[in-house]
Design a protein around this ligand. Structure first.
Ligand code: NCD
Length: 301
């Protein structure tokens, strides 16, 4: 991963994913690294988990954090270009840029114009590759191997950026994916080529309106209100999917990238199948391991 950008979950080979997971395991067990570099977090869109997960991940590997979480208080408001803003942070010593942006393609663009690696922390409805890394890490933590698992990805598959990255990352294993959504929010309605790509990758999947009880992992997502062009359409689908614990197998787990709105009732949080808070915590270890790899850390050091 040394000096590489991570724009799409498709940028990662299986070996690289497993290396990140191995280091994340060690960091989770208490290993600390002293890399001594600087990470810039440029968050142009609201975030709680992802921002603080990167922020506290940097601390685990001995890195300093600069940047912002609230673009309304930066010169972006004065019309400064994305490239100029990012360049300035490189000038202030950033060895790695982490960007979240409401324009699809912003992380790719920055990776092409900057001399430092860029990590995509979510771009519009397109991708969120580090979220997918922690999702798959959590599935692996529960089941050991992923081959043969049945994964249901449910909710807003049209405007969500976590379902696309998760499906791409899962394509490295022999999993079966059920995409569960009302027609309006299905993967074929997306503004990217997710479905064609999955076909090309040979991913086995079905599109369903209802949850099939035969499932190992249920990945629930929020209906992305802020990305709907039409509020009335949002109102029509907002309550499409609520988790019904009675249809879930006893050995399954439920994941959610969070924040949730009302897809999962808080009463389910104490259920042993509710793995979403553990999943969020894992984000810190996985992002620490990813950044360590990009910043060139290796065990020989
Ligand atoms: C997700 C996102 O920002 O795409 N959140 C996150 O990063 N954990 C999901 C969402 O906002 O619904």
């Amino acid at each position: 991963m040394k000096n590489r950008s991570l724009v799409s979950a498709l940028d990662l080979k299986k070996r690289e994913i497993l290396d990140i997971f191995d280091l994340a395991d060690e960091i989770k067990k208490g290993r600390r690294l002293e890399i001594g570099r600087t990470v810039a977090l440029l968050f142009f869109e609201p975030s709680t988990r992802t921002y603080y997960s990167f922020n506290t991940a940097a601390a685990l590997i001995g890195c300093r954090v600069i940047g912002f979480q609230n673009p309304s208080r930066t010169s972006t408001k004065k019309g400064e270009s994305l490239q100029d803003t990012a360049r300035m942070f490189v000038g202030y010593g950033a060895d790695l840029i982490v960007i979240r942006h409401s324009r699809a393609g912003a992380p790719l663009y920055l990776s092409q114009v900057l001399d430092v690696p860029v990590v995509n922390a979510g771009d519009d409805s397109r991708e969120h590759p580090t979220q997918a890394l922690l999702d798959v890490y959590t599935i692996r933590e529960r089941f050991g191997d992923l081959d043969g698992l049945k994964v249901g990805i449910m909710g807003d598959l049209r405007y969500g950026r976590t379902p696309s990255s998760l499906a791409y990352l899962l394509s490295n294993w022999k999993v079966h994916i059920d995409f569960i959504a009302p027609d309006l929010l299905q993967i074929d309605k997306r503004n990217d080529s997710l479905e064609e790509r999955l076909k090309r990758l040979g991913v086995k999947y079905r599109k369903r309106e209802e949850l099939d009880a035969d499932i190992d992992v249920l990945y629930v997502t929020r209906v992305q209100r802020e990305r709907f062009p039409d509020e009335a359409e949002y109102e029509r689908v907002r309550n499409s999917y609520r988790l019904d614990p009675s249809v879930l197998p006893r050995d399954s787990i439920v994941l959610h990238p969070l924040p949730r709105v009302d897809e999962i009732p808080p009463s389910f949080d104490s259920d042993p199948r509710a793995w979403y808070f553990r999943q969020a915590e894992n984000g810190r270890y996985v992002r620490a391991a990813l950044m360590a790899g990009i910043l060139g850390w290796s065990d020989g050091q």
